[in-house]
Structures are given as C-alpha cells and as structure tokens.
Design a protein around this ligand. Sequence first.
Ligand code: ASP
Length: 439
Amino acid sequence: MKKLELHWRILIGMLLGIVFGVVMANTSWGPGFVSEWIKPVGTIFIRLLKLIAIPLIIASLIKGVSDLQDLSKFSRIGGRTIVLYIITTVIAISIGLLLVNIVQPGNNVNDSVVTKITEQYQSTASTKVASALQTKERGKLQFLVDMVPSNFFEAASSNRNMLQVIFFAIFFGIALLMVEDKYAKPLKDFFDGLNEVVLKMVDLIMLIAPYAVFALLAGLITDTQDPSLFVALGWYAFTVVGGLLLMMVFYLTVNYFITGISPMTFLKGIAPAQLLAFSTSSSAATLPVTMERVEEHLGVEGEVASFVCPVGATINMDGTSLYQAVAAVFIAQVLAFDLNFSDQLTIIVTATLASIGSAAVPGAGMIMLVIVLEAIGLPQEKLAVGLALIFAVDRPLDMCRTVINISGDATVAMLVAKSVGKLGPPRPKNWDDNYPKKS
Ligand code: ASP
C-alpha cells in the first residue's frame, strides 16, 4: 500500500492530538498524564530540530557562498532578499491595519471581560513589558554590533545568535573563495558532505513528526486555561486570522505570476513546514524543515535557500508584523485611546522594526508589541493592561502567524531564486517523501 504523503500524516497527527487533548482535559487525571508521558515526545522533537539548525546553517551557507562563481551574485541575492523582506512586511502590516479599521474588533468587547482579563493576566503581562523595555534601551546601532560575534563557539552555542552564525558562515565562505584551490577543495568537499548529512538528519527527524505534533497539540489543549475568553476575543482573533489568510493568498498569487508555480504545487511543497510551524510556534525550530522543503521540493538552489531562509527566520516575520498592527489598534480601541492617521503610519514603521527584532520563538511577537504600543503613545501604566487583553488568545494566534512567517520566507526564497536564475523545477511527482534523494 502506498504510504500517505508526509503532510497528510502530520495533519492526521495534529487532529488526533487535538481530539486526545480535549478528551484528556475533561478527566481529572488527563492533564497530568499528558504532561508527564505525552508532552516529552514533542519536546524531544523540537530539541532535535533546534539541534541541527546551527550545523545546517553553517554547512549550507558556507557551501552556498563558496559555490558561487562570483561575489557580485551574492550581493545581488543579499540586496534583493532584504528589499523583498521589507516590502512583504509593509504589505502585511497594511493588510492588518485595513482589516482592523474595518472590523473594529475592539468595539465588541464589554467592560466585564476587560476587568476579568486584566485581573487574570496583568502580572504575567507586566513581566513581558519589562523585558521589552529592556531591549528598547539599547543603542541605535546595537543591532549591527550584535550581528558580529566575538567568539565563534559562543555564537554557535545558542540558537538565538543565528545572525552571528550567518555572519561567520558568509565571512568564511567568502574567504574560502579567495584561497588557492589546493586549500579550498578539501574544505569545500567537507562542507558539501556535511550539508548532505545534515539534510539527511532532517529527513530522519521528520519520520517522527506525525507523533510529535500529536504530543505538542495534546499538550497545548490540556494546558489551555479558560476557553470562554476565546469567544469574548473572537472578533479580534478573527481579524488576525483573516489578515493572515489574505497574506497567504498574496503569496500564492505572487508566486503564481512571478515564478509560475501553481498554488497547489507551492502548498504541497511547503505544507510539512507550515504544519510544523503551526505545531511549534517557532520559525527557528521549523527552519531546518523550511530549508529542506524549499531546496528539495520547490526547486530553489542551495546557495539561495541557504541564505534567504535563515535570514528570513530571524528577521522576516510578516505574520508577526500583521498581528502586531491588528493587536495595537485593537488594544487602542478597547482602551478608548484615539489613533489618528499619523499614528497608523507610526504603526507601519514600528511594527516593521518590532517584527525584525522579534525572536523566532513562541510568544516573541507579543513582547515586541510593547514597542509598537509605546510608539503610538499608550501610557506606560496601560502597557501591561494592553498585553493582558490579548494574552488569552495569543498562543493560537502565534501558531497561525508562525505559519505565515515561514511561508513568507519560502516565497521570498523563490522570488529571489527566480530573479537570479537559480529556480529549478519543483520536485518530481514520484518523489519518495520518506527517503528523499538529491538528483
Ligand atoms: N512565534 C513566532 C515565530 O517564531 C514569532 C512571534 O510572532 O511570536 O515566528
């Protein structure tokens, strides 16, 4: 019997996980059982993905840069990537602003809900505000300084330093291009081999993906505290999800018209990464799979994918920026804080910066939202109330926005690849998902 395609298996795992989670949540012993015996499977899976992220970036980026015949191509890839990332982010924010101003979700929340939510979540929200303000206090060029590592091993020791590792790999790759062939060849062969092995590790890890997403979703459901708040914040959640769906339509359309890839082909190629993004809420944890799918299933050549995807996972978060725009206006509406046109422009600029600054981990977008709220002049004492308001539904929205974050990275990878002649055909029809082989 033909084995189901990977994305179907993951989807079935997710659905069964939700059903199992709901059943367990309704028993007295279920939540404890899930957290002790089921959740660890999901945690191990996320750890495995994180484990290979840094080796994958190093191997594929050094290989990618050193495979380039001339460096001008690299600067073209770099320039286009950054420009496209900024354009897609601004489009995402504009969609978010448009929707939230039309739907006005903040006008549908009554005072008793506001009081209940504030009481329940204000202290957690205050901690998040404090950590965001700490980030803000750093110097203007600190982000550039932060990109340059002072110790390679220190940089590679934390997945949060992805930009530092990218910096090192590009620097190393460029130098590799400049030394004599007799020195370069063995190193290039080494990184070629390393790249293949790490991609194979991604395939092997993906074999447990359907079971891992089962565990992750069952754990999430049994941890959910007050489902009634979902309903109270329904219009807000609906606005965010509606905006994210429009963004997806935008990617599919752009891809179709510019790269000629049909929506079905794109979705089939990227679906496993999207489902993992949904289950883990982390573009960083999903990165190895995003890279593998873009390269081996959507036809983007290694030198483009190895640069565009890790940079995108770190700085390009279209879903997060859209959500930040909607959340900022929603909070202003609930707290009856008037926003004029220039405030909305401020949101475009600050949400772009805040999404660049958000780490690719669960919940990071909400912390950086503080920067947007401050920029539109929300008083300090109201910041925690603002965050508390959206706290209850943040995790499910985080899951959805992370899907858009990685889909945006994949789309830009395809557009850049197309523009520099590095986009091949998508995978052949009879490709075996379990044991992908490079042609
Ligand atoms: N969880 C998101 C990501 O990893 C970031 C966020 O919006 O919180 O892409």
